[in-house]
Design a protein around this ligand. Structure first.
Ligand SMILES: Nc1ncnc2c1ncn2[C@@H]1O[C@H](COP(=O)(O)OP(=O)(O)OP(=O)(O)O)[C@@H](O)[C@H]1O
Length: 297
C-alpha cells in the first residue's frame, strides 16, 4: 500500500494556480524529500495532506484514508511538524504533549512521551512553560507534538530552518530511527545536503508543477556531469582536450567527464603531449548542483 497518494491535486487561490495536477505516491517506509524553491507549493500540498486546506480538485489519501471523506482516520495516520511555531504559552512542555494526546483520544502514553522528550533533548524542559523556552526548544516541542500519537506517516515542513547544528543532528538521528522502525517520512527542506544524506526518494516542485520524481540515486546520476580537474606542468592543455574544457583557473583545467573510461583517454593525451601531471581530482555533482540546474531550466 502507498503511504500517501496525491491524485491530480490542483489548488487555485483566485486566479492564481498554486498547484497544478500534482500526481505522485509515497511508498510505505520511504524517506521522501519534497524540494522546490520558495513559492513552489510545498506548504500548500502539505496543508492539503493534513486536511487543513481543501484542494480545488483531486484526491489525497494517507494510509488508504481519504483526507476529506475519512478525515479522522487520515488525521490520525499522519503527524505534521509545521513551519510556524504554534503553541499555548501557559502550558508546560509535558502538558502540551498530554493535551495533544488527548486530542487523539490517547491516554496513558507517558512512556512514549518520555521517550520522545529524551530523544529530542527535552527531558530537562518537561516542566518548563512553553513561553519560557528558546525558539529552538519550541521547535523541538513542535516535533514532539507531531509524534505523540505514533503516526505511521511523519511530515516535516522545513523543521531545521534556523535551528542549531545540535538540534539538526539530534532530530535527524531520531527521525532516522523512526524510519528504520517503518515510519514513512516526508521532508521539505532548503538544506539540500539534508535531503541528499537522509532521503531515498525525491520530488521536485516548481511553480505548482511536479518537475521530477525519482529515486535519489537516479536524480544524482542524471544531468550534472562529473568533471575532472587536472593540474599540469607546464600549464598547457593538449589541443585534443580543449573540446572538453569547462573552465580554467589557478587550480588547473576542469574538463567534462561523461564517463570514467574517458579518464584513461584524457591521461593518455596528457602523457603523449609530454606534459607532466601534477595533480588530478574528480568532482561528484551534489544535489544542489542538480537542483539549481533543474530549477533554472
Ligand atoms: N492563502 C493563500 N492565498 C493566496 N496565495 C497563496 C495562499 N497560500 C499560498 N499562496 C501562494 O501559493 C504559492 C505556493 O505557496 P507555498 O507556501 O505552498 O510555497 P512553498 O513551496 O511552501 O514555499 P516556501 O519554500 O517559501 O515555504 C505561493 O506563490 C503563495 O504566495
Amino acid at each position: 500500500m502507498s503511504a500517501i497518494v496525491f491524485d491530480g491535486i490542483s489548488k487555485q487561490f483566485g486566479q492564481f494556480t498554486a498547484l497544478n495536477e500534482i500526481r505522485f505516491e509515497v511508498a510505505e517506509g520511504d524517506f521522501f524529500a519534497l524540494l522546490g524553491p520558495n513559492g513552489a507549493g510545498k506548504t500548500t500540498l502539505i496543508s492539503i495532506l493534513a486536511g487543513l486546506s481543501k484542494p480545488s480538485s483531486g484526491r489525497t489519501t494517507v494510509m488508504g484514508f481519504d483526507v476529506q471523506k475519512d478525515y479522522r482516520q487520515a488525521r490520525r495516520a499522519v503527524g505534521i511538524v509545521p513551519q510556524e511555531l504554534v503553541f499555548d504559552p501557559f502550558f508546560t512542555v509535558r502538558e502540551t504533549l498530554q493535551f495533544q494526546s488527548g486530542y487523539f483520544g490517547i491516554k496513558n502514553n507517558h512512556a512514549w512521551i518520555d521517550e520522545i522528550l529524551e530523544n529530542l533533548g527535552l527531558t530537562d524542559k518537561a516542566d518548563a512553560n512553553m513561553r519560557a523556552l528558546s525558539g529552538g526548544m519550541k521547535r523541538r516541542v513542535m516535533v514532539a507534538q507531531a509524534l505523540v500519537h505514533k503516526p505511521p506517516v511523519i511530515v516535516l515542513d522545513e523543521p531545521t530552518a534556523g535551528v542549531d547544528v545540535e538540534l539538526r543532528q539530534t532530530l535527524w538521528a531520531f527521525i532516522r530511527s523512526l524510519n528504520q522502525q517503518g515510519h514513512t517520512i516526508v521532508l521539505t527542506t532548503h538544506y539540500l545536503e539534508e535531503a541528499e544524506t537522509l532521503c531515498n526518494r525525491i520530488a521536485m516542485l516548481k511553480q505548482g508543477r511536479l518537475l521530477a520524481l525519482e529515486d535519489k540515486a537516479q536524480i544524482m546520476a542524471r544531468g550534472a556531469a562529473r568533471t575532472v580537474l587536472l593540474k599540469l606542468k607546464p600549464a598547457q592543455l593538449p589541443a585534443t582536450l580543449t573540446p572538453l574544457l569547462v573552465r580554467e583557473n589557478e587550480h588547473g583545467f576542469e574538463l567534462k567527464l561523461s564517463d570514467c573510461t574517458q579518464l584513461e583517454m584524457i591521461l593518455n593525451e596528457v602523457r603523449s603531449a609530454g606534459v607532466a601531471l601534477k595533480d588530478v581530482s574528480i568532482s561528484q555533482p551534489d544535489l544542489e548542483d542538480i537542483f539549481v540546474q533543474m530549477m533554472s531550466a
